[in-house]
Design a protein around this ligand. Structure first.
Ligand code: HEM
Length: 436
């Protein structure tokens, strides 16, 4: 997950980046043609008050700089832009919130630690591959069983809330082989993360309070880190106790066990949990709203792929589910990531709509390079040399697993969609259990 940068989106929609000085650009060195330098129009306004006015415009009066699909990718070129201390937007949260360390997401690839820590996360994601499928199935089977009980008892069930505990349990079990409720952390993970994330994101978060109160409370002074220390330490202890195998690898890479754990905490609780907390309700939203016809197609595709793989869900079975993959990819586009650049009408027909088969076939696949939710095109791979999301493949995998679990279990379902400061609030109202 990347952080909030616009009032309409809680994800990295503006992708802040510092443009390197012109003298640093490769074009200088290679002698390529340089465009004439022009003064950027506008000014800073009045000292002090001008900055406050800009902030109010940014949050509440909707002054947003737009980028189209063509110009946007320049932000991925690490030779032209520096992405240092910018992950959360235009400011850097206090390192007191992250154990005193500058975490990977804030490091530019030119800093030697960037490659080491990213390598460590690739190691983590590679070593857990046998746990992902069974742990996902276990945690989300439990979630849907609860949904069914709640719908039977109250006529509705809040998926977004249940998803928080299910996602956190899944991550504890898949990443670290440890079920949070069986440890000292218990079921406190999601609420502790919520508080800690609020302290990280406060300057760019809009909670919908009256604007002058919100601006004074959240956007004017940093919230003091000590107020969230207890929560952070509980999460840290959980990660520290359960991630010995990653810490061993960290030492081999020349990182301390402590720095590794603070980074693992951030990757688990901010990047992954934070992402899934928003992504999964959004998937339910788009698929739920698409209606029964799409549900029937997905159910058929998913169940027959599993059947032809001997009744087992595996990577091979997933590969036989093109519509599921496409839905997820399309979902990513609409979830509010870079919402403007990824809905460029010059690139996408019916850009604002959810078109389940948009990326199907040779022509459809050509559009994948414009899907840039991961801070890079869908057709490229994260590496230690770039700033593309380390969890790119993992996110798509688990998003597809969610759709599989849904349609293994149900023929169709109905939802209500509400709003919340982070993503959609999804209530499941009814479902039809699988008939075949
Ligand atoms: C829905 C889920 C996710 C979304 C939308 C997402 C999105 C992003 C984006 C946009 C960035 C680039 C931020 C920037 O520099 O401007 C990023 C970076 C990153 N993401 Fe993700 N992410 C998700 C899940 C994950 C997961 C599962 C991991 C697991 C390890 C992860 C790890 C990272 C890391 C480590 C970075 C920094 C990469 C670097 O510094 O080179 N993310 N993510």
């Amino acid at each position: 997950m990347a952080a909030a940068t616009s009032p309409t989106s809680t994800r990295s929609s503006t992708h802040p980046a510092t443009v390197r000085p012109v003298s640093d650009l490769p074009s200088e060195k290679t002698g390529e043609t340089k465009l004439p330098l022009k003064k950027i129009p506008g000014d800073y306004g009045l000292p002090f008050f001008g900055a406050i006015k800009d902030r109010l415009d940014y949050f509440y009066n909707q002054v947003i700089a737009l980028l189209d699909a063509k110009s946007f990718p320049v932000l991925f070129d690490v030779s032209k832009v520096e992405k240092k201390d910018l992950f959360t937007g235009t400011y850097m949260p206090s390192t007191k919130l992250t154990g005193g360390y500058r975490i990977l997401s804030y490091l530019d690839p030119s800093e030697p630690k960037h490659a080491k820590i990213k390598q460590l996360l690739f190691f983590l994601l590679k070593s857990i591959k046998d746990r992902v499928f069974p742990e996902f199935e276990a945690c989300y089977t439990e979630l849907f069983a609860t949904v069914e009980k709640e719908v039977a008892a109250k006529g509705k069930s809040n998926f977004s809330t249940l998803n928080e505990q299910a996602a956190f349990n899944f991550l504890g079990r898949a990443y670290f082989g440890s079920n949070p409720p069986d440890t000292k952390l218990g079921t406190d993970g999601p609420s502790s993360i919520a508080k800690w994330v609020l302290f990280n994101l406060a300057p760019v978060l809009s909670l919908g309070l009256p604007k002058y109160i919100e601006d004074l409370l959240l956007h004017t002074f940093p919230l003091p880190a000590f107020l969230v220390k207890r929560d952070y330490n509980k999460l840290y202890d959980f990660i520290y106790q359960s991630s010995g195998f990653v810490q061993d690898e960290a030492e081999k890479l020349g990182l301390s066990r402590e720095e590794a754990c603070h980074n693992l905490l951030f990757a688990t609780c901010f990047n992954t949990y934070g992402g899934v907390k928003i992504l999964f309700p959004s998937i339910l939203k788009y698929i739920g709203q698409a209606g029964e016809e799409l549900h029937t197609k997905l159910a058929l595709e998913i169940r027959s792929a599993i059947k032809s793989n001997g009744g087992k869900l595996s990577m091979a079975a997933l590969e036989q589910m093109p519509l599921n993959e496409i839905c997820v990819k399309k979902g990513e586009m609409l979830f509010g990531f870079q919402p403007i650049a990824t809905k460029d009408r010059k690139v996408f027909e019916r850009a604002e709509e959810f078109v389940p088969d948009r990326f199907v076939g040779a022509d459809g696949e050509k559009l994948l390079k414009y899907v840039v939710w991961s801070n890079g095109p869908e057709t490229e791979t994260p590496s230690v040399a770039n700033k593309q999301c380390a969890g790119k493949e993992f996110v798509v995998l688990i998003a597809r697993l969610l759709v599989v679990q849904l349609f293994k279990r149900y023929d169709t379902f109905e939802i209500d969609v509400g709003t919340s400061p982070l993503g959609a609030a999804i209530t499941i109202k009814s479902f039809k259990r699988a008939s075949s």
